[in-house]
Design a protein around this ligand. Structure first.
Ligand code: FE2
Ligand code: ZN
Length: 404
């Protein structure tokens, strides 16, 4: 293995993310930065990530190279550290030259500890967690970038936030939604009235208690960020209840790993039919994991689940697991309960946070609900974080949700 240390006097800047040492290995390069961090990069990875004008870049759709253009055992003819502490590689067999800054390589290193440091870590909450989910003032969020970034971070980290002192008129949920973006699709109407006065289409149009659930679990892509607002509260009852779906999934994994694994590996059959107007169905697991085995979304809706369609020997174990999960979601210690009044809203990630309400008998109670796509929230968060100088947050990979 050859080791090349940059030797040019004063050539390498004092920048802690400039490369100060480079070693050649058989399959790739070992780099050391001035801040002391070290990482390995495969030759094939470096060659694939060349962003010269001929190869193009992987960010802006101007990517001209196709992976099969490069042999798997591609190797450098020469490597060096440039005057700015960047890496320059000249490739066999054609002498193609690739340049990478020390910063870009540091941001994109992929050894275990680097990947771990970039991992999203949700803040799990239940009824005993002080200050969670957090509360924001509507005007503050609308008028301040700092407050808006704090709201976006709360929605990312906790999957839920309350908004107070907002507008009280019907339709105000859209004003609150606009703190994040434009309205998303729904199987019903873009702004849905939850009131027992109208035609009964869903449990939301009754006075009955509604158990915790994620909305429209019967769609391939359930709505993302929900905005629920109070127009008129009942004299008594009608409390809003929230459950951290990641919290109960993790609790199930700890208490009953076999049950957790059944709900991850096998599909629930989610169905919603309104004769002649709506007929949606999807088979999907209630708990979705990312490729590292971390929970990245939940899809839990007892009112649109079943008839279960699983191999015979799985039916009873599946029901045992499903019962355990629903016991956790119904447990008071997992339920955060609030009485919303006109001007109060709750925004929540529908791929994580379950919502519910207690029963009531005042038929004037009127809530409204709408949604904004999750991608919009995550995109606005990246744009605002980048504008505020928080590049690490702008690059963080966020949970994709209950995508299957
Ligand atoms: Fe709902
Ligand atoms: Zn190139």
């Amino acid at each position: 293995m050859d080791t090349i240390a940059h030797s040019g006097p004063r050539a390498v800047s004092e920048d802690p993310l400039s490369i100060c040492r480079l070693s050649r290995g058989e399959r790739g390069l070992f780099l050391r930065w001035r801040d002391g961090s070290e990482s390995f990069f495969h030759h094939i990875w470096l060659r694939d990530c060349c962003h010269c004008p001929a190869c193009g870049d992987c960010y802006s759709s101007n990517r001209w190279m196709v992976p099969c253009d490069v042999p798997l055992d591609v190797s450098p003819r020469g490597v060096r550290i440039d005057a700015c502490g960047g890496l320059v590689v000249e490739w066999e067999p054609d002498g193609h030259v690739s340049r990478y800054t020390g910063h870009w390589l540091h941001e994109n290193r992929y050894d275990g500890s680097a990947r771990e440091s970039r991992r999203f870590r949700p803040v799990l909450w239940d009824s005993r967690t002080p200050g969670q989910p957090p509360t924001f003032d509507f005007t503050g969020v609308r008028e301040s970038d700092d407050q808006r970034l704090a709201l976006y971070r709360a929605l990312r980290d906790c999957g839920c936030a309350f908004i107070t002192k907002g507008p009280c008129r019907p339709g105000a949920v859209e004003d609150v939604a606009s703190l994040v973006g434009g309205l998303g699709e729904s199987a019903y109407s873009p702004i849905f009235d939850l009131t027992p006065k109208g035609k009964v289409r869903t449990a939301g149009n009754t006075t009955r208690p509604v158990p915790p659930h994620t909305d429209e679990a019967f769609r391939y892509s359930p709505p993302g960020l929900m905005i629920l607002g109070c127009v008129h509260q009942a004299r008594e009852g009608g409390d809003t209840v929230l459950v951290d779906g990641f919290r109960i999934a993790v609790a199930l994994k700890e208490k009953d790993p076999d049950a957790f694994s059944l709900l991850v590996r096998h599909d629930q059959n989610f169905v919603r039919i309104h004769e002649g107007t709506l007929n949606q169905q999807v088979r999907a697991p209630m708990i979705a994991l990312d490729s590292d085995g971390e929970v990245c979304g939940v899809r839990i809706h007892t009112r649109s689940s079943g008839p279960l369609d699983l191999p015979v020997d799985l039916v009873e174990p599946y029901y045992a697991a499903y019962r355990h999960l629903t016991r956790l979601m119904m447990a008071p210690e997992h339920q955060v309960r609030r009485v919303l009044v006109p001007g109060d809203f709750v925004m929540f990630d529908n791929h994580r946070t379950l919502h519910a309400r207690t029963g009531f008998d005042d038929t004037r109670r009127h809530f409204q609900i709408c949604n904004v796509p999750r991608e919009t929230l995550h995109e606005r968060l990246r744009l605002l974080a980048a504008a505020c100088g928080c590049g690490d947050e702008a690059r963080m990979a966020l949970p994709a949700g209950a995508v299957r």
